[in-house]
Design a binder for this molecule. Sequence first.
Ligand SMILES: NC(=O)c1ccc[n+]([C@@H]2O[C@H](COP(=O)([O-])OP(=O)(O)OC[C@H]3O[C@@H](n4cnc5c(N)ncnc54)[C@H](OP(=O)(O)O)[C@@H]3O)[C@@H](O)[C@H]2O)c1
Length: 323
Amino acid sequence: MTENTYTPAALDRSATVYVAGHRGLVGGAILRKLQDEGFTNIVTRTHAELDLTDRKAVFDFFAETKPVYVFLAAAKVGGILANNTYPYDFISKNLQIQVNVMDAALEQGVDRLLFLGSSCIYPKLADQPITEDALLTGYLEETNDAYAIAKIAGILQVQAARRQHGVHWISAMPTNLYGPGDNFSPKGSHVLPALIRRYDEAVANGTEVVTNWGTGSPRREFLHVDDMAAACLHLMEHYDGPQQVNVGTGTDTTIKEVAETIADIVGYTGKVEWDTTKPDGTPQKLLDVSKLKGEGFVPQYDLRSGLEHTIQWFHQNKDSIRE
Ligand SMILES: NC(=O)c1ccc[n+]([C@@H]2O[C@H](COP(=O)([O-])OP(=O)(O)OC[C@H]3O[C@@H](n4cnc5c(N)ncnc54)[C@H](OP(=O)(O)O)[C@@H]3O)[C@@H](O)[C@H]2O)c1
């Protein structure tokens, strides 16, 4: 079957929507967004209730709930260390989750599904800012290549489902995300929540020197997860095409500037040292978001307001954040 002409439209607020991974950073934000938008029939299952690597359980769940729309935000996710240490788990679990969910969605005739990947699908040495066309044009970053290959397979699976079965499934590739529900654990957290926690604890403990990794000069792009969730819904309502869509702000900031902004917000006035014996990683990582902008989406948070919102959430939820 070939792709037919189809114009995406507003999703039916009373139809059954399945948010896979609703307790995660992204899935949680999508759930909040859908609730705010008046969706009345959202189905969710925790990992304990439904292990998405259990193929039979996934098929039974889809047959029982018959979702009309699916947001696939469940994945085995981790930082550099976890990806580097457990590459087999990252490729195997993610492939299983994606294949099971998409096969079950196909069986139940789900016509609108959004698959979430990550900017690590792009080649390590891709030109900056990275356009969607950079996919499969070069070698991947070795530390997370297994994870990236699983995500690339997911994009291809979406494209193949469109070609062979005529469904209107799409893929979105977010940049670095942050916000309420993030992982603030010192072991597992990404750079931004790690900095928030470090500076916040320095204020609480009266620490006089904070030491950060690297030189602070790498440039990174950060998107507030509520903007990500809004972009997911926007794409489901406005975009239909086989190519994945980058989701970001289109602007980047040095890690040093990010750290200074966080220090200012939490009120840290002590010394800051940069441990230049620690690796910096790639000098710049920025997505080209022209395609997303072309679909009419504009993020609401700039970095400062997004950080203020996240730090406020962190203060309110310190005792219950995931470790
Ligand atoms: N966070 C970012 O900066 C970022 C950036 C780019 C792309 N993304 C993409 O966004 C998606 C979601 O990421 P996230 O940051 O929201 O991750 P997250 O916070 O770790 O959430 C992932 C969710 O998936 C669930 N899950 C994992 N394995 C499962 C399984 N076998 N069965 C059922 N549920 C399972 C997890 O439940 P448990 O915790 O209970 O296992 C968790 O609720 C991923 O595809 C990721 O690549 C994230």
